[in-house]
Design a protein around this ligand. Structure first.
Ligand SMILES: NC(=O)c1ccc[n+]([C@@H]2O[C@H](COP(=O)([O-])OP(=O)(O)OC[C@H]3O[C@@H](n4cnc5c(N)ncnc54)[C@H](OP(=O)(O)O)[C@@H]3O)[C@@H](O)[C@H]2O)c1
Length: 285
């Protein structure tokens, strides 16, 4: 059940989940506006149901411009899919503050800017759906990815408040929580780990291990078998958009359900003990 005339604006369509979602929704008759910071990266998505716009979520002008184009054409953004994001990995102490800020600009402040830009149109229309891409990492935290997890935990909290605040205007807020999804995400996360500034730095071994473990998990670890491809997330998003009453949260893949349940039931000490089997703990040698 697509909703003719209701425009779907998706961020981060150059690859992975955003691309798969744009393809799936356009094929199912939704009126999709696929966006990316580099238009050339999404040229192959263009079709009668899929228009292309440049949108860098860290650039407020590009947010305003993209939303204005959709509103001129369709009256309002009907569905916003806040998908763009990445993991700025590395031990918390080792990530320079400018990279921390860019992480939050991309994963939280950009999506928030979009939410604020589309809501007036959704309220006028009396209908809207906001899909915020969180992660199982919005409910649990792995060492070496604290900044990414902080941004996704914040996305969860923001979505909970927003769900209450906008429901009366006919707007649903939906959180999507993927687990292990094979996209460019893992290699981007692994290569984001800061290189040691001095050899034998206190976190050098740890940061190297984080990069290796991240790649391993996605390439062939046991968890990989409980994960999925980007199409699995696109299917869940479609289901959430077509539901008469969408749920507040949609975990995607068994990896997400398993790990989020484990984190919920394990006391902090047990969780940390579990993590010590996966990561070397930094400390004086
Ligand atoms: N893969 C997973 O296991 C997994 C699990 C849980 C949650 N997620 C979440 O799913 C979302 C999509 O990730 P993915 O797995 O599809 O990874 P991906 O293939 O690396 O895609 C990330 C997308 O975000 C875009 N992006 C990054 N910075 C941007 C910016 N400033 N403005 C606009 N777009 C920007 C990238 O565009 P460029 O090509 O321009 O860089 C790319 O299109 C992210 O929010 C991620 O946190 C992924």
């Amino acid at each position: 059940m697509s909703v003719p005339g209701r425009a779907v604006l998706i961020t981060g369509c150059s690859s992975g989940i955003g691309r798969a979602t744009a393809e799936r929704l356009a094929a199912r008759g939704w009126s999709v506006y696929a966006t990316a910071r580099d238009l050339a990266s999404i040229q192959t998505l263009a079709s009668p149901n899929c228009r292309l716009l440049r949108l860098d979520v860290t650039d407020p002008d590009s947010i305003q411009e993209a939303v204005a184009v959709v509103e001129d054409a369709a009256g309002a953004v009907g569905v916003l899919i806040n998908n763009a994001g990445y993991s700025q990995s590395g031990a918390v102490e080792t990530v320079p503050m400018d990279l921390v800020r860019t992480q939050f600009e991309t994963n939280l402040f950009g999506p928030l800017g979009l939410i604020q830009a589309v809501l007036p149109g959704m309220r006028r229309a009396g209908w809207g759906r906001i899909v915020n891409m969180s992660s199982m990492g919005g409910k649990l935290t792995f060492p070496g990815a604290g900044l990414y997890h902080a941004s996704k935990h914040a996305m969860e909290a923001l979505s909970d408040a927003l769900r209450f605040e906008v429901r009366g205007f006919g707007v649903d807020v939906i959180v999507v929580e993927p687990g292990i999804i094979t996209t460019g995400f893992a290699s981007a996360a692994a290569s984001s780990v800061p290189a040691g500034t001095a050899s034998e730095g206190p976190y050098d071994d740890f940061n190297s291990a984080v990069a290796v473990v991240t790649q391993m998990v996605y390439e062939g670890g046991a968890l990989r078998r409980l994960g999925g491809g980007p199409g699995a997330v696109a299917r869940v998003i479609e289901r959430a958009l077509e539901a008469k009453h969408p749920r507040a949260r949609y975990p995607v893949t068994a990896s997400a359900r398993l790990l989020m349940t484990a984190r919920k039931v394990m006391p902090d000490g047990a969780w940390d003990a579990f993590l010590r089997r996966q990561f070397p703990q930094p400390g004086p040698h």
